[in-house]
Design a protein around this ligand. Sequence first.
Ligand SMILES: C=C(O[C@H]1C=CC=C(C(=O)O)[C@@H]1O)C(=O)O
Length: 409
Amino acid sequence: MSLTSEIHISTKSPKIKNLWQTALHEGFPIALWRLPKTTEKQLIIDLSGHVSRTKIDLEELPSGFAMSPFEGESLFLKGDLYYRFDAENQEIDQNLSGTNSEKEVFEKQYLTYADNEEQKVSHEETHPNFITEEKHFGLYNEMLFAEMVSNAVTSIEQGDVQKVVLSRTKNVTLSDDFEVIEAFQKLCNTYANAFVSLVYLPEYNCFWLGATPETLVSVDKEGKFRTMSLAGTQSAIDENGNTLCINSIRWSHKEIEEQAFVSRYIIECFKKIRLREYLESGPKTVQAGNLMHLRTDYVVDTKEVNFPQLGTVMLELLHPTSAVCGMPKIPALKIIAEQELHNREFYSGFLGPVNIQEESHLFVNLRTMKVVGNEAVFYAGCGITEDSNPVKEWYETEMKIQTLMKVIV
Ligand SMILES: C=C(O[C@H]1C=CC=C(C(=O)O)[C@@H]1O)C(=O)O
């Protein structure tokens, strides 16, 4: 696989573009995101040049951005430099821990990259890719996936698990005019309700770009904790290309059961910490781009229950939820390891801002892609229950991949 990243960046976001290019040239981790139902874009740069590996403790960590793989240690990008941009990509000045002089030095540096639209970024020599590819990518086909689903159904029938989420990848070679900031911008414009993010990890020599509909843990300024159970999928678009009306959506027993597993899992986590004071609303049908899902929302007032650490405690209990893993968790993890042909890496992990503007918002890393050089790897999974149909499950992963692909490729 080519390790050279050649990135053309849009003129429509000059400052974002220049910050991005500078971070890439200098080998600084950078995260750019837009929260659901907002128009502001936010960006942080970690000037240490590497991400730290740490537990995501919302009480202890400074301002920054968390990026956790499906399995293994979480990464944390420190918010040494912090920028906010309005809907038109105009800067709204703001700083966090980074000093103004750091910001000045960085911005001086970026002037050397500014107005150099044709410049291409290559970080091949400076940052070797150390992701070991024990498993191959992109070699899935419908038959192979159907076999994996059938094996999972057999495990369910034998009583090993009740539900397991299997995923696959799809490799696409990006065209020469693919622009990563432009792609981020398009996702923001298309998916107002999603958490849209773009993260560059120099040590891994790759970007992760996504538009996820699923909140894992969020704690706002008022101390409101939120999580959700999201599962069950069908197309939001009819055969004529029109968006279906939410009220016309009907769910099968299989999908209702699949989502109920996730809700039960969340309630089990609340029970483990003896927390009864949660508000539960749903399940209801929600639209996530080209798809409809079933969703139940959970809210806890951490001030009222006097539990300020609830976000951190629940994060540890929840991840990975049964929306991306299965029930019970341990045997589901075993089936995933046995059946899937790829390493999930950051897909179905979690990511998001920590302690920024006194809030933390962590999302499940779904509807996501990894970009290495001019190769994109798309990831998608689906919940397998005893009623799963292998052909339908393949089609579901294809629709999930299309959420990103149809917008940016
Ligand atoms: C695992 C994914 O979606 C989860 C979230 C919503 C619906 C899901 C489903 O219907 O299977 C999955 O649990 C994915 O998008 O890769």
